[in-house]
Design a protein around this ligand. Structure first.
Ligand code: MLZ
Length: 265
């Protein structure tokens, strides 16, 4: 559509450059997603990473899988790349002499786990070994530089991948700043994090990419002040995208919703 987010235009508008693909722990040519909804696999429990559990593929988004641990509730879904080392074919755990564990917060009595495991695996469609791709190597060093643009998972809304900027670089870590969200979703992560991607990744892998938010990114010491339209210099550093600020009032029209992107919640 005509107002879809365009990196090409956005990079021009913000006079910024993308972080080079060599900075990232991501495949240069993204792998294919050969999983199907309903397939089962083994996954490290994100809330207890030493334990390996059975998971079901609930959805596919680009080369990421939406996963749910069998025996867990529906409010702890998590997302993994098809080349993540956190996932493996069913049988891997046993081959390594380990035991499959109930997920943290298993919804039944612990004594019913062995029977639950038998039943959940009986007749299940298991993801084939060929669907699991080899995790790419770590980058040699942290080559990110402040100001570089990228695409990053919003950890508060992990189904979302959003345009972001490197705010700071410290040792092997980077500070991820989400464009247009006034710092509300920013985080530090390792440069080798699997949650950060080069510009163009979503488009290449057919994953949706959120547009930047409407809020101006202010320097840390000014973040509590309202953005002042009378001092345009304050907003000149980053994302002048989709201004003006303040937004015009919403037109009141029956049956027409969502004319303004949702604000941070
Ligand atoms: N809480 C918002 C999502 C914000 C996403 C921001 N990502 C950097 C909503 O529910 O619309």
């Amino acid at each position: 559509s005509k107002d879809a987010f365009s990196w090409e235009e956005y990079l021009k508008e913000t006079s910024s450059i993308p972080a080079p693909p060599s900075c990232f722990r991501q495949a240069r040519v993204p792998p294919s997603n050969d999983f199907k909804v309903g397939m089962k696999l083994e996954a490290h429990d994100p809330r207890n990473s030493t334990s390996v559990c059975i998971a079901t593929v609930m959805g596919l988004t680009g080369v990421r899988l939406r996963l749910r641990l069998d025996g867990s509730d529906n409010s702890n879904d998590f997302w993994r790349l098809v080349d993540s080392s956190d996932i493996q074919p069913i049988g891997t755990c046993e081959k390594n002499g380990d035991m499959l564990q109930p997920p943290l917060g298993f919804r039944m009595n612990a004594s019913s786990w062995p029977m639950f495991l038998l039943r959940t695996l009986n007749g299940a469609e298991m993801a084939p070994a060929t669907a699991f791709k080899k995790e790419p190597p770590r980058p040699q060093q942290n080559s990110f530089k402040p100001g570089m643009k990228l695409e990053a998972v919003d950890k508060k809304n992990p189904y979302l991948i959003c345009p972001a900027t490197i705010g700071e670089v410290k040792g092997d870590e980077v500070f991820i700043m989400f464009d247009g969200w006034r710092g509300a979703f920013d985080y530090w992560c390792k440069c080798e994090s699997r949650d950060i991607f080069p510009v163009g990744w979503c488009s290449l892998t057919k994953h949706s990419l959120q547009p930047p938010g409407n809020s101006v990114n202010l320097p840390k010491n000014l973040q509590t002040l309202p953005a002042s339209p009378s001092k345009p210099s304050r907003r000149s550093m980053q994302s002048p995208y989709r201004l003006p600020n303040p937004l015009p009032p919403l037109p009141v029209r029956k049956g027409v919703r969502g004319r303004r992107p949702k604000s941070e919640t």
